[in-house]
Ligand binder design. Structure first.
Ligand SMILES: *[C@@H]1O[C@H](CO)[C@@H](O)[C@H](O)[C@H]1NC(C)=O
Ligand SMILES: *[C@@H]1O[C@H](CO)[C@@H](O)[C@H](O)[C@H]1NC(C)=O
Ligand SMILES: *[C@@H]1O[C@H](CO)[C@@H](O)[C@H](O)[C@H]1NC(C)=O
Length: 224
């Protein structure tokens, strides 16, 4: 082998080794404090993201079930199985209603949510002990935590009028018995997260997390 070829081979080997070591993560599955169950208001979300038009409707939809720590850090891309749609076959019809992607195929969305968050959520000693159980937990929480219904029960409706962010927080707290986290874009409510106990999936108060509160008057928009 001539010298150049040897050098080229070494360079190739070295580069691929150092690249893959960037991907090795120390985050361990099951090592976190609680879950954030994250739902997005489609109208607000799709204002800043280019969404598939036919999927835009007046609703909150599931973004994800995310392992989170009290200090605001969170594990991601943990080791474990990769997403296999066969693992959720019996849930697929429901997932296609509840856990839709607004920008790509639903299956691609489930796959990316699972590799980033689901792999870290799974804990063998827990309710969420596999891929099926992870997505089942998401669906169950979505049915249980109907944000539209909760807000409407407190006489808050989607509207072009402003409402104070703290009124929305108290309304949800009244209905669900736990303090939510909230995100706004351009003073429009875009995301609500409920904090969920990792052992029994009950609702807990969200701690103060950076980036999870809205200030002042905001809108829960009734239009896209
Ligand atoms: C945050 O909390 C987690 C879990 O308790 C811990 O592993 C991590 O080191 C903490 N990170 C910081 C920046 O304090
Ligand atoms: C998860 O736990 C349930 C109930 O204990 C069990 O039936 C199921 O096989 C477990 N799933 C996995 C993937 O370990
Ligand atoms: C949530 O409640 C609203 C208003 O009551 C209802 O239209 C909607 O179908 C409910 N969503 C789910 C997922 O049950």
């Amino acid at each position: 082998m001539n010298r150049f070829l040897t050098f080229a081979l070494f360079a190739l080997l070295f580069c691929s080794v150092s690249e893959s070591s960037n991907l090795i993560k120390s985050d361990k599955p099951g090592d976190f404090d609680f879950y954030l169950f994250v739902q997005q208001w489609i109208y607000s979300y799709c204002e800043s993201t280019s969404c598939i038009q036919s999927k835009i409707k007046e609703a909150f939809t599931i973004h994800g079930l995310w392992p989170e720590n009290k200090n605001g850090s969170y594990p991601s891309f943990c080791s474990g199985p990769s997403f296999n749609v066969n693992d959720v076959k019996n849930l697929e019809d429901q997932l296609n209603i509840d856990w839709i992607s607004l920008t790509e195929t639903n299956e691609d969305f489930w796959s990316s949510e699972f590799s980033k968050h689901g792999t870290c959520a799974i804990n063998n000693n827990n309710i969420v002990n596999g891929t099926f159980e992870y997505f089942q937990a998401g669906i169950d929480l979505y049915q249980k935590l109907n944000l539209t219904q909760a807000l409407e029960s407190e006489n808050i409706y989607p509207s072009s009028k402003s409402i104070s962010a703290s009124n929305i927080v108290s309304a949800i707290q009244n209905q669900f018995g736990g303090k939510p986290g909230m995100q706004c874009e351009d003073s429009k409510l875009s995301t609500i997260a409920m904090c969920i106990d990792k052992d029994d999936l009950s609702i807990i108060d969200c701690p103060d997390l950076d980036g999870w509160s809205c200030d002042g008057d905001i809108q829960w928009p009734s239009k896209y």
